[in-house]
Design a protein around this ligand. Structure first.
Ligand code: NAD
Length: 456
C-alpha cells in the first residue's frame, strides 16, 4: 500500500502539473482556506492530545502556519524564477542562471511536540517548491494526526499530497522506499536511523534534531527580567520544545536572587497550583512521564517537583546543583525540569558546555557585549538569543536548524523553499564569439592564460 502511494506520487510528479507555479499557489490558497476554517478543530485536537493551552496553540502552531503560507504566497513567484548570476569572464560571452527545480517525491516525518506546525511548515515548503509529498505525523498525537489527514485529503489528491499515519513500523516501511528528499524532525537517535536509510539511496536529507541547550546568566544580567523570559521559554509546552533552555549556568553571586525571581514568575504565570492552570500543558505520555520522573529522584528540587502519573503532570521544577553524572544532566530533558548549576569563573563553562554534543540553541543573559560575543565565537550551536529564549524561531529571515548532532540543514523563509529545491546551474553560451584560447593545440598559450587568470 505504501509503495503504491509512492509510485502514484512519482507518476503524478512526472506529469508535470506540480511544476506550474500558478498550480502551486492555487493549492496553497485552498490549504490556507481550509486551515482557517478548521482552526478551532486544530486547537481542540492539540488540547485533547496533551492539554495544550489554546493561547500556545495559536501562538506556536496555527498562527505560525498561516503566516508561513502568506509569506510563501507573496514570495513564491520571485523564488521560483530562474535567478540570473554574474557570469565568469572565462565563459565570455554567456548568460548564467540558477534554476530551482523540485526534487520530486518527498517524505516528511514529524514529531509530536508541535505536531501541527512541524508537520505543516515543511509541507508548505515542499508544495511551494513543486514536489509531491507524503507526510508521516507522530503517532503520539493521534487527534492532531487524524485531523491533518482529514485536512490534507480534503485539499489534495493523494498522488499530490497524502498523510500516512502510524508508528515506528509505518515509519520504517516509508524509509525503505526510494525518495527524492527526506525532511525529518525528531530525536537524535531516530535521526541516525533516517540518515542510514537515506544513505542507502543517497537521498538528500534535512535532519532537525535536538540537544542539551545551555542558558548562561552572568553577574550583569537583570535577574527579574531574565527569570521571566526563562520561565516563559522553558515551561511553554511544558518544556517539550526542542529549543527550550535545557539547563542554566549562572554566576554564583546571582543564584539565590534568581531562585526568588523564578518562584515569583512561575507563580504569576501558572498560579500556586499549576495543575489547575489552563495555561500549562501535560507530558505527552506515560513513557516520557516516567523518564522525567526518574530525573527528579535524589535531586534537590528548590521549586516544584510535584508530579501526578495519572494526570501526566509535572509541575514547573527547578533542580539545584545536580552533578554532571546525574540523570537530569545526561541527555536532553524535554520536559518542565530546569537544572541550575553555578559557576565562579567563566573558564568553568567550557568543561560543562563542551562535554555535550553541539546543541540546537544557546542563550546568554548579560549586559556585557564582550561576554556574549565571546560565547558566540567560542561554542558551536544551531542558533540562539541574547537576553531572551526561543524567539529566534519566529524570524523567517533567520535560518533554523542544528549543527553536528543537533541536525543537518536549516529551513524557514526562503531557505524552506530552497531546501525542497535542487539548484540547477545553467550557463547559456553565445555563438557570436568563440575565443580560441582554451582549445588545443595549446602551443605557447600557457603564459598568456596564466597572465589572464591573475586578473579573474
Ligand atoms: P522521535 O524521534 O521519537 O519521533 C519523530 C518521528 O519519528 C515520529 O513521527 C515517529 O513516529 C518516528 N519514529 C520514531 N521511532 C522511529 C524509528 N525507530 N524508525 C523510524 N521512525 C521512527 O521524536 P519525538 O519524540 O516525536 O520528538 C522529540 C524530539 O524531537 C526531541 O529530541 C526534540 O528535540 C526533537 N525536535 C527537534 C525539533 C527541531 O526543529 N530541531 C523540533 C521538535 C522536536
Amino acid at each position: 500500500m505504501i509503495s503504491n502511494s509512492v509510485q502514484s506520487q512519482k507518476s503524478y510528479f512526472l506529469s508535470g502539473e506540480t511544476k506550474s507555479v500558478s498550480f502551486r499557489k492555487e493549492k496553497l490558497k485552498a490549504l490556507k482556506t481550509t486551515l482557517i476554517q478548521r482552526e478551532d478543530a486544530i486547537i481542540s485536537a492539540l488540547k485533547k492530545d496533551f492539554n495544550k493551552p489554546a493561547f500556545e496553540s495559536v501562538l506556536s502552531e496555527t498562527a505560525v502556519v498561516i503566516s508561513e503560507i502568506d509569506m510563501t504566497l507573496k514570495k513564491l513567484s520571485g523564488w521560483a524564477k530562474p535567478e540570473r548570476v554574474f557570469p565568469s569572464l572565462l565563459n565570455f560571452p554567456s548568460t548564467d542562471k540558477i534554476y530551482s527545480e523540485p526534487y520530486g517525491t518527498v517524505l516528511i516525518i514529524a514529531p509530536w511536540n508541535y505536531p501541527y506546525q512541524l508537520a505543516m511548515a515543511p509541507l508548505i515548503a515542499a508544495i511551494a517548491a513543486g514536489n509531491t509529498a507524503v507526510l508521516k505525523p507522530s503517532e503520539l498525537t493521534p487527534n492532531t494526526s487524524a485531523l491533518l489527514n482529514e485536512i490534507v485529503s480534503k485539499v489534495f489528491k493523494p498522488e499530490h499530497v497524502v498523510v500516512i499515519e502510524g508508528g515506528v513500523d509505518v515509519s520504517e516501511e516509508l524509509l525503505a522506499q526510494r525518495w527524492d528528499y527526506i525532511f525529518f524532525t525528531g530525536s537524535v537517535n531516530v535521526g541516525k536511523i533516517v540518515a542510514k536509510a537515506a544513505a542507502h539511496h543517497l537521498t538528500p536529507t534535512t535532519l532537525e534534531l535536538g540537544g542539551k541547550n545551555p542558558c548562561i546568566i552572568d553577574e550583569t544580567a537583570p535577574i527579574a527580567l531574565t527569570a521571566k523570559r526563562i520561565v516563559w521559554g522553558k515551561f511553554l509546552n511544558a518544556g517539550q520544545t526542542c529549543i527550550a533552555p535545557d539547563y542554566v549556568l549562572i554566576h554564583h553571586s546571582k543564584k539565590e536572587a534568581f531562585y526568588t525571581a523564578l518562584k515569583a514568575e512561575i507563580q504569576k504565570a501558572y498560579s500556586k497550583n499549576p495543575q489547575a492552570s489552563h495555561d500549562y500543558a501535560r507530558i505527552i505520555n506515560a513513557k516520557n512521564f516516567e523518564r522525567l520522573n526518574t530525573m527528579l529522584k535524589n535531586e534537590n528540587c528548590v521549586i516544584g517537583g510535584i508530579t501526578s502519573s495519572e494526570a501526566l503532570y509535572i509541575s514547573p521544577t527547578i533542580i539545584d546543583e545536580p552533578t554532571l553524572g546525574s540523570e537530569v544532566m545526561k541527555d536532553e530533558i524535554f520536559g518542565p525540569i530546569l537544572p541550575v548549576i553555578s559557576y565562579t569563573k567563566t573558564s568553568e563553562l567550557d568543561a560543562i558546555i563542551l562535554s555535550y554534543d553541539k546543541p540546537l540553541s544557546l542563550y546568554v543573559f548579560t549586559k556585557n557585549t564582550a561576554f556574549y560575543k565571546e560565547i558566540i565565537a567560542k561554542y558551536s550551536f544551531g542558533g540562539g538569543v541574547i537576553n531572551d529564549t526561543i524567539i529566534h524561531f519566529i524570524n523567517h529571515r533567520l535560518p533554523f536548524g542544528g549543527v553536528g548532532n543537533s541536525g543537518i540543514g536549516a529551513y524557514h523563509g526562503k531557505l524552506s523553499f530552497d531546501t525542497f529545491s535542487h539548484q540547477k546551474a545553467i550557463v547559456k553560451k553565445s555563438n557570436w564569439l568563440d575565443l580560441p584560447l582554451r582549445y588545443a593545440p595549446y602551443n605557447n598559450k600557457l603564459s598568456f592564460i596564466k597572465r589572464i587568470l591573475k586578473w579573474l
